[in-house]
Write a protein that binds this ligand. Structure first.
Ligand SMILES: Cc1cc2nc3c(=O)[nH]c(=O)nc-3n(C[C@H](O)[C@H](O)[C@H](O)COP(=O)(O)O)c2cc1C
Ligand code: SF4
Ligand code: SF4
Length: 435
């Protein structure tokens, strides 16, 4: 069995699966059971300043969207940071860390954006013996209205300033959790590292109204006839998170810096994808809320099996391996030509590929006698739409045309060399460059 242990910022954990700061990590009772179930680490539910605890709504705080089988695809929430007293949380954190020294325990924090507030809470967290802190600059609802959470995360100068305070008043690793509610994720990431952050984690939840109650004429979840925007997470946000992680991983200013990836991780494969894209570990919230703590068993077993199959002996063998293959559109090889091919034995003759290609792509699929569907290479642009809409996995594949052969669509011989948009004759900039 492959070795799943990870070393993230010097914090060792038996596997790269950490629970993200959220309801699964909001109290000792939960965190102990999470560790017993096998989670490698947890980020404790966000703590706020000393004083009257935060007040949550006493009505529905979640909304969801589902797939056709009612599998939860996206979760929306309007929950705030912890509503339990600071002292209670600190005592519980101290006890849990003492009893589970081999598991990562990070404390998430969100206090007002002034030096005194940070200076006050950081020594208290230091005393707990926790392994590090995560700065919650991401929560998009409730706390942002009070000048915290994403209100800070949207201003790179604030991120840098608060990170510097934390590095000044706290001795252990500082992870900055980023909000996705921003136009270019590279800016807050650069600011975090400029403030000497040890790592960034992302994504927090995405601003969203998940649905509208058409009888009450109000957003859901609806409380006494009114609703508000919430934070969106779960499998549906994974592509957004993956892109943001990749953007930071390949940004020359931040490449190679530690990243903890969050957003829709539900299976071992999601985790592997984030890790090859540069993440040192992953954090999970919605999957644990949907399936319970034991979901980690499948994650660990699946990742371990994949590593064995690939011959990876440690997670370090594959972390970041896909980053060099993320490029800009302009560098894609325009000489590469492929065509769709339908496996007639696998085809169930549903006709979806035909409808999609005929009505919205390049009219490149013939429907022949007895509903036999075939690709017309002379029209196929290899867009992949038929592959995506076909209900039978691997029934349609994209096959590369061998260099030297003629592409029946263009009538041109397929070239074996690499040529991209920057050198293409139709690109006015390329022509200018040549001149
Ligand atoms: C109900 C709920 C409460 C959350 N509370 C916090 C929080 O207190 N602090 C924080 O940093 N993130 C919080 N999050 C965000 C998660 O930590 C995580 O960033 C987000 O859900 C994306 O991960 P996922 O797709 O695995 O759920 C919360 C998420 C949910 C669903
Ligand atoms: S790849 Fe695109 S163009 Fe080619 S057959 Fe499929 S849908 Fe049509
Ligand atoms: S969508 Fe797939 S299964 Fe349906 S007709 Fe096309 S190739 Fe066959």
């Amino acid at each position: 069995m492959a070795d799943l242990t990870t070393d993230f910022l010097g914090i060792k954990s038996p596997n790269p699966f950490w629970l993200a700061s959220a309801p699964p990590t909001d109290k000792e009772y939960n965190v102990r059971r999470a560790y017993e179930a096998g989670w490698g680490g947890v980020v404790w539910k966000t703590l706020g300043s000393e004083g009257p605890p935060v007040v949550n709504v006493n009505g529905p705080r979640y909304g969801a969207i589902y797939g056709a089988d009612r599998r939860l695809l996206g979760l929306n929430n309007i929950e705030l940071i912890t509503d339990r007293p600071l002292q209670t949380n600190l005592e519980e954190i101290t006890r849990v860390k003492k009893d589970y020294p081999d598991r990562a325990l990070i404390v998430s924090l969100m206090v007002p954006c002034d030096e005194e507030s940070w200076k006050a809470i950081l020594p208290l967290v230091e005393e707990t013996g926790a392994d590090g802190i995560e700065l919650n600059f991401g929560c998009p609802h409730g706390m942002a209205e009070r000048g915290m959470g994403s209100a800070v995360g949207q201003v790179p100068e604030y991120i840098q300033m608060v990170t510097q305070w934390c590095k000044q008043y706290y001795s252990k690793p500082v992870i900055v959790k980023l909000t996705p509610n921003i136009s270019d994720i590279r800016n807050p990431a650069r600011a975090a590292f400029a403030g000497n952050a040890d790592a960034v984690s992302l994504i927090n939840t995405i601003n969203s109204i998940i649905s509208v109650d058409l009888d009450q004429m109000a957003p859901q979840p609806t409380l006494d006839g009114k609703g508000t925007h919430g934070g969106y997470c779960g499998p549906a946000v994974k592509p957004i998170a993956l892109n943001m992680v990749a953007e930071i991983a390949r940004d020359p200013e931040t490449t190679g810096k530690p990243i903890s990836a969050i957003g829709g991780v539900t299976t071992w494969r999601d985790a592997a994808e984030f890790m090859v894209m540069g993440a040192g570990n992953v954090q999970v919230c919605t999957a644990a809320m949907t399936y319970g703590f034991r979901v980690v068993e499948e994650m660990k077993a699946g990742l371990s099996q994949w590593m064995d199959e690939k011959g990876y002996t440690s997670t370090a063998d594959f972390i970041g391996q896909a980053v060099p293959n993320v490029t800009d559109w302009k560098y894609l090889n325009l000489n590469y030509v492929s065509k769709a091919k339908i496996d007639q034995d696998a085809c169930i003759k549903c006709g979806r590929c035909y409808a999609a290609c005929e009505d919205t792509s390049h009219q490149a699929i013939w429907m022949k006698e007895d509903r036999v569907f075939e690709v017309n290479d002379a029209e196929c642009v290899a867009c992949n739409l038929c592959v995506e809409v076909c209900p039978v996995e691997n029934c349609i594949s994209m096959e590369a045309v061998t260099p030297g052969e003629v592409d029946p669509r263009t009538g041109k011989v397929v070239q074996g060399d690499y040529a991209n948009w920057t050198t293409h004759p139709n690109n006015p900039s390329a022509v200018q460059a040549a001149e």
